[in-house]
Write a protein that binds this ligand. Sequence first.
Ligand code: T1G
Length: 697
Amino acid sequence: MPEAIAYERQGDIAILKAQNPPVNALGLDMRKGLVDGIARAEADDGVKAVLIYGDGRTYFAGADIREFGKTPQEPYLPDVCNRIEASPLIVVSAMHGTALGGGLEIALSSHYRIAVPSARMGLPEVHLGLIPGATGTQRLPRLTGVEKAIEVITSGRQIGAKEAQSLGIIDRVAEGEPREIGLAYVKDLLDSGAGRRAVSELPAPQPIDFDAAYEATLKKSRGQLSPAYGVRAVQAACELPFAEGVAEERRLFMELMGTDQRQGMIHAFFSERAVGKLPELDGVDPRPINAIAVIGGGTMGAGIATSALLAGLPVVLLEMTPEAAEAARKRIEGNLGGALKRGKLSQEKFDALTQTALTLTTSYDDLKDVDLVIEAVFEEMGVKKKVFAELDRVCKPGAVLASNTSYLDVDEIAASTTRPGDVLGLHFFSPAHVMKLLEIVDADKTAPEVLATGFALGKRMGKISVRAGVCDGFIGNRILKTYRTAADHMVLDGASPYQIDKALTDFGFAMGPYAVADLAGLDIGWATRKRLAPTRDPRERVPSYMDKLCEDGHFGQKTGKGYYIYEAGKRAGVPNPEVTKLIEAERTELGLSPRDFTDEEIIRRYMAAMVNEAAKVVGEGIARRPLDVDMVKLFGYGFPRYRGGPLKWADLQGLPALLDDIKSYAREDEYFWQPAPLLEQLVAEGKTFDDLNKAAG
Ligand code: T1G
């Protein structure tokens, strides 16, 4: 096992090379290696300076996140930073890749900093429910001033080398390998007689109105704590001597370390990276994808085509008529228009994507050479089968045939072809070129390499891909239907849709279920209610008050009226009094006497329904692991990231209490509230959903 930090001497320069792939995370051995390396350099006769750089793809990318929640071991990172800065030798950091969190804090404790032009740096700890905990909140504002430091720390964004130099975070940018540019810079410094330069000895930065900044940050982060804590830590840099500021930073850091939010966000960090890795696909090579086709150029088809074009794939888009095909091109141009306006896409690239990489056709014969087809036509089985019959006729052997259906049975679609092994579901979320989630539906006959091809495409499109089994609504929409129903039941029993929306946004959702329904279009729910009505169990409670609004042509945002009324040009709506009247009328008709609901009870019931159905989805193997459900809800349904996902939230709440809730609700409505067998099993065995994640590997 190579040393975590390799020591080397070159002339009067000691070189500390970090070698802990893949990202030089600052685990215990790295921290010890740095402290020992500095001491060795100081004791090494003739050494005048130290160069620190990272081997492999990056400089230190931060503390080792896997160590969080465990007993911290010395040397602690803030002490390592202070030890580096205290050295009588000049210490220089040469950065490449991503110098993040504790990595940037090491650099800020160095006396001089140089970076390659492609280097990126930042303090992303807020994305882990934390704040910089190794002096970053005390050193950064001394270099950049308070406002910029607060912006960098509360956003957690990555900064490019050029901007970092303009902010005074780094001293020099140079082309070349980090080791070489570092050595050259050290030589320049020694030749110029430069001395050690400690950021901590710079004057305290000018204060601002921290209470106002704190409140504004808390409001903006919708209940997430860490950004607002970042403001208080920077405040300490202004109001306290350096060492006391560092102690205050540590106090705030450890307070956050003990929160559920920290656990939720670290769960999200690792789950986001694990969800696309399926052990059953180890060693399975995906089929090559050099060109794809999209059937249907409506909102979804155009979004999928846009996402593929942006991923560098040529797209053949098929529509029924030339006019419809041109309309699809217009939609794609609209999707790309935003990036063009913001300068993220050049006019030249825009033209190349919409004129060259995109080909329009009305003939299936033009699909004979593509490697993968995604069907995005009207959500009706007969229509889907017609399309797949055509694809079966024209597509080359080995082409992957995918359906973007949100609900329909992919096994049935596959069975309508002669090559069911080449069929899978690729369920995108609207707008498909923006939403990161991709449910990859693994049908009964889907071949492993076809599933692997779906994941390869998802990676290429920058999606968070999650494997889902076949059932009505797969993972996301199936669970949505259940917690949405729980909300509808609360409305019938006395709660208002607007109180429910408020309770859920306070909980951290970007929007409540009724505002989401208006955004998605009330006609979708209406069509589903009608589709399922013939087979509905009489014990099922399904409110009908919204059918009346839909019959009158009110489908939400797209018609200006739904649960809310939308003034032209305004995204947020105001409650629609007609809805309240319709609800009251239905309660009277059903002989229901409304009762009050607290926000807390609304959350408990809504989340209990979500968790219970999610446990059924995992228990049936529709989702492979609980973390798969969490990622679906985070990336497709606006679940607050700082809660980690519904099943992580459930673990943090305690499964026994949740099961008790469900059992108490079942006494009111045994049909709807049937405890998930998996939940009962976990409680009986004293286990958690996280135990299942670990077991699934
Ligand atoms: N600790 C442990 N493992 C890490 C890690 C880290 N900091 N960063 C990445 N990994 C693992 C990751 O799980 C994956 O593992 C592999 O490395 C490659 O990562 C005191 C408190 C650096 C931009 O928040 O943002 O310092 O899945 O797939 O897309 O103030 O990783 O292969 O088993 O993401 O090229 C602050 C987190 C820590 C940076 C590279 N630092 N990392 O992205 O590769 S808190 C961060 C990233 C801190 C101090 C505080 C990204 C990346 P596996 P990857 P990538």
